[in-house]
Design a protein around this ligand. Structure first.
Ligand code: ADP
Length: 448
């Protein structure tokens, strides 16, 4: 134990034990008398009696000193146990630190000399409000124990949480003379709690998303289903009509004219619509399955060379880009960290959309750029296409949402998948767009 600490620990012990009362070795009258102790007239005692008395005092004193030493040892043991288990600090009545144990120095990363004589502002994290500390001080200054959780800042700037009990030591008038703060490190528990909260809010968010998906899918499945039901009934009626016609046929002569309409019009038309409806439902279900599988695909997270990846996407789409006479400009892209194949799918989709939703009256121009800010890589894919009306912009990431389904082929799934894929890799996607001017899709991913 360092000398400072030892000195401080002695001070701590001094406040913890009452001194044993001195024997009333006084003359006639005096303070002992006034305190109600039987006065002894030493002048009247013989020499032998005086010696006997003195010996008895000596024995008494030796006994109480022994008791005192025993109590001191016990206190020292309790303190050692406390130091072993807890982070301990003692401050004077004004809050100046007079003692810190090794655990305090270890967690705060300050040397003992940097703490002694200062107040706890040294480790203030600015996380708690002024009222929080006002309440703490008011409690202990009134001689009451304060308990709570405090977030502190260590010397290296890192943060730690401590479960704290501050116990005021009071003088005879009940005024605090010093405060002993006993703390337990709860940084890990706090981190776990925060993570649990994040999980809960993520889960709530996911539930909402799931509800929205169920709603959209059931809504989208409904229209082909209604078509299949409607044309199925039409088919049934056509068949019944044919059966009636056949039953009424005389001498086995097939009434061709009566069968012509159902055979050549109603039945083939109904079957066409039923097939289209079934195909649409199949497509929706396949898309839904593809979307649901995304969450189960194992990610292969590694640094991604975005320049090489975008160059490969452009090379694979060369034919379509040439046909559209598109001009694609790619700036130097910073690398990021993620799953190469899935990120490639996202950017291929963005480029494909730029092609699909290009303005017919001007040459398509696409610019792909990127930069790193802090821990995040920012990428943008800008086109001068048809743009997206403001009201539709938040919806384009919804599953199966398509602005103009008849105009172009598509499932309305590309951006939904892009969003999901990026979310799983701590990334984001959003759009800025102006109708008839163009769109910019922004993507973020952890920087490499
Ligand atoms: P899909 O292209 O199959 O419809 P997406 O999820 O990729 O599905 O896109 C959803 C909708 O967002 C599209 O139907 C379109 O209306 C709109 N959109 C996407 N990209 C662009 C773009 N670059 N320019 C204009 N509209 C776009």
């Amino acid at each position: 134990m360092a000398r400072d600490a030892r000195r401080a620990s002695w001070r701590f012990l001094r406040f913890s034990c009452r001194r044993a009362p001195a024997p009333a070795l006084r003359g006639r009258g005096g303070a002992a008398h006034s305190r109600g102790v039987n006065p002894v007239d030493y002048d009247a005692l013989s020499k032998e009696e005086l010696i006997a008395r003195l010996k008895s005092f000596e024995r008494e004193q030796a006994g109480s000193q022994e008791e005192l030493l025993k109590a001191l040892k016990e206190l020292r043991d309790v303190k050692a146990a406390l130091d072993e288990h807890s982070i301990v600090a003692i401050t004077d009545a004004r809050g100046r630190i007079t003692y810190v144990n090794d655990k305090f120095c270890a967690i705060s990363k300050y040397a003992r000399e940097e703490l002694l004589g200062h107040d706890h502002r040294v480790i203030n994290s600015r996380y708690h409000s002024k009222d929080f500390f006002r309440d703490l001080w008011s409690t202990i200054a009134h001689g009451r124990v304060w308990q709570g959780e405090i977030k502190n800042r260590a010397k290296d700037g890192s943060y730690y949480w401590v479960d704290t009990t501050i116990y005021p030591f009071l003088d005879d008038q009940g005024r605090p003379v010093q405060y002993v703060a006993i703390r337990t490190d709860i940084t890990q528990r706090k981190a776990d709690e925060a993570e649990l909260e994040r999980f809960a809010s993520d889960l709530a968010e996911k539930n909402k998303e799931l509800e929205a998906i169920v709603y959209t899918v059931s809504h989208d499945l409904r229209s082909p289903l209604v078509n299949v039901q409607g044309f199925g009934r039409m088919l049934q009626r056509a068949c019944e009509k044919m059966q009636v016609t056949m039953a009424a046929a005389q001498d086995g002569v097939v009434p061709v004219a009566a069968l012509k309409q159902p055979m050549e019009e109603t039945i083939p038309q109904s079957l066409r619509f039923i097939n289209a409806g079934v195909q649409k439902m199949e497509m929706l279900l396949a898309g839904l399955l593809r979307y649901s599988r995304l969450g189960r695909v194992t990610l292969n997270i590694a640094p991604v060379d975005m320049n090489a990846m975008v160059a490969a996407i452009i090379a694979a789409m060369k034919f379509q880009l040439n046909e559209a006479k598109a001009e694609v400009r790619v700036a130097a892209l910073p690398p990021c960290v993620g799953d190469h194949d899935q990120i490639s799918q996202v950017f291929a989709n963005l480029l494909d959309n730029a092609l699909k939703y290009r303005a017919p009256d001007r040459r398509l121009q696409v610019t792909i750029a990127g930069e790193v800010k802090g821990q995040t890589a920012y990428y943008s894919v800008r086109d001068n296409g048809i743009g997206i009306p403001a009201a539709h912009q938040p919806k384009i990431f919804e599953i199966f949402h398509r602005l103009n389904p008849e105009a172009t082929a598509g499932e309305g799934l590309g951006l939904t998948i892009a969003q999901r894929v990026l979310e799983r890799q701590r990334g984001r996607i959003w759009v800025e767009s102006e109708e008839a001017v163009g769109s910019t899709f922004h993507v973020t991913l952890p920087a490499s």
